[in-house]
Design a protein around this ligand. Structure first.
Ligand code: BG6
Length: 488
């Protein structure tokens, strides 16, 4: 036996983005509106309430967003204009030595309303240009089919993923891009953070809260349809390109018991399973034994078609990808923990041993090692870390200097733990840190919550030159990649 003390030679170092936060150009090239294009930003919204519209969406907001007479600033329609800067941005990624670049295809660039028969050629041609540019530098694209950007029409006309018809529309979209980009894209993922539909069902499943009296029922039904769609897409991918790999993508917060009371331990396991259910189905190809109880506790009765079981079983994913930002404590009696509630967007329990970011996300590199071990012990399939990073306020100093030591320290500590996990025997084949270039925050719609190695001169209201400026972390990450993670 030999302990692996190094990252594998072909390790996929890189960065991650999503079309709806990065690309912009929402009114060009025939693109339609997506669910994310309805989020507006307004400087008067108090900071602590910014993520509320992400967690809950009203029909009135959706209607307003389609009314041209209402003048609001919708940041995700503009992103940071990768649409027009893609050559410059990819050249910067190449300068850092990226081996991989995770991005998503905007479904609405290919099928503006989601239910057309024929794809939009201009949209397809845009991604051809992007993939060719990446290929020029030997950067492997890792492509998510759906990253919080389903066509808005599928929400207003079909009611989102609760409607089974959306499965066929998604598979049609997936088939179109698999055929078009065969040979150009090897690594695919179906749904970004598929388990996060539990917390923000609008952006993940296209569910407007007030339309669903039993929202939990709608969420699990929608998720089931995504499982079937993901399995069918995996099947089609293999038929089109037997070399290509499909991954699932889960948001993996590691849960730890707040105390050593057995009740806290049980509750922690339940909370973890809440997320694991989503990878279990996609990796193993069947619903795990704890599903019946989990659904019954939520009063949910799933409607499945006779063929679904076989579809899931025959088409599991090839690899498991995850986003990891933090851990969270779990208590069976949170009401006794005054002042501790508040970790995570969804009110997890704060762990008193951990520091937190300016947005209240607790920082816990060591639990990344545990998370990787948990997932690998469970599935024995290769793991890909699709997201990890620190959202922070950066200051642009005179002479174009951005000293983001805090970001370097966050990333360094997490990468050290990946190395530990590799020494534990875990098969990790890539790491794409989140927001390798500043872009619009998913949850708060700010750009001032920055994650990048590259600063973009733009403010929360979209003002600025959009000039790209290298931060200190740019040079640091370049060296990390050059030394294959040996020098951190
Ligand atoms: C992940 C999402 O949950 O977290 C990304 O997949 C998102 O889309 C990232 O941007 C960071 O979250 P936020 O809200 O700080 O942008």
């Amino acid at each position: 036996f030999q302990i692996k003390t190094k990252f594998p030679d072909n390790f996929l170092w890189g960065g991650a983005t999503a079309a709806n936060q990065f690309e912009g150009g929402s009114n060009v090239g025939g693109k339609g509106l997506s669910v994310s294009d309805v989020y507006y930003f307004d400087e008067d919204i108090p900071k602590e309430q910014l993520s509320n519209q992400w967690l809950k969406m009203t029909r009135k907001q959706v209607e307003e967003a389609q009314d041209p007479t209402i003048k609001k600033y919708y940041p995700k329609r503009h992103g940071v204009d990768f649409y027009n800067h893609y050559q410059e941005d990819i050249a910067l990624f190449a300068e850092m030595g990226f081996k991989a670049f995770r991005m998503s295809i905007a479904w609405t660039r290919i099928f503006p309303n989601g239910d057309e028969q024929e794809p939009n050629e201009e949209g397809l041609a845009f991604y051809d240009r992007v993939f060719d540019e990446l290929n020029k530098y030997g950067i492997e694209p890792v492509v998510t089919l759906s990253h919080y950007e389903m066509p808005l029409n599928l929400v207003t006309k079909y009611n989102g993923w609760v409607n089974r018809e959306v499965i066929d529309l998604f598979v049609h979209y997936a088939t179109t891009v698999f055929e078009r980009y065969k040979g150009k894209v090897k690594y695919w993922m179906t749904f970004n953070e598929i388990n996060s539909c539990k917390h923000h069902p609008y952006v993940s499943l296209g569910l407007i809260d007030e339309d669903h009296l039993h929202l939990e029922q709608a969420k699990y039904q929608g998720a089931h349809h995504q499982f079937v769609a993901s399995a069918l897409a995996t099947k089609v991918l293999k038929e089109i390109d037997s070399e290509a790999k499909m991954g699932c993508m889960v948001s993996y917060t590691l849960f730890v018991p707040y105390s050593c009371a057995p009740e806290d331990f049980q509750k922690t396991m339940d909370r973890q399973r809440d997320a694991l259910l989503f990878s279990d189905v996609q990796v193993r190809g069947y619903y795990p034994g704890y599903t019946a109880r989990l659904l019954a506790d939520r009063n949910v009765v799933l409607k499945m078609e006779p063929e679904d079981e076989q579809i899931l079983r025959n088409n599991p994913v090839d690899y498991v990808s995850l986003s990891y930002y933090m851990s969270s404590a779990v208590s069976a009696q949170p009401e006794n923990l005054e002042g501790a509630i508040g970790n995570l967007l969804v009110g997890g329990i704060k762990n008193p041993y951990l520091p937190e970011s300016a947005w209240g996300w607790q920082i816990d590199p060591k639990s990344l090692r545990s998370a990787l071990n948990q997932l690998y012990d469970r599935y024995q399939k290769p793991l890909f870390i699709a997201e990890n990073g620190l959202g922070a306020v950066d200051t642009l100093e005179e002479g174009d200097i951005i000293n983001d030591d805090y970001r370097i320290s966050y990333l360094r500590e997490h990468i050290k733990q990946i190395k530990e996990a590799i020494a534990d025997g875990v098969d990790v084949f890539g790491y794409t840190s989140w927001g390798c270039i500043d872009m619009i925050s998913a949850s708060t719609n700010q750009i001032s919550k920055r994650y990048g190695y590259i600063y973009v001169d733009q403010d929360d209201m979209g003002n600025g030159t959009k000039r790209r400026i290298k931060k200190q972390s740019f040079y640091w990450y370049k060296h990390v990649i050059k030394t294959n993670g040996e020098q951190l």
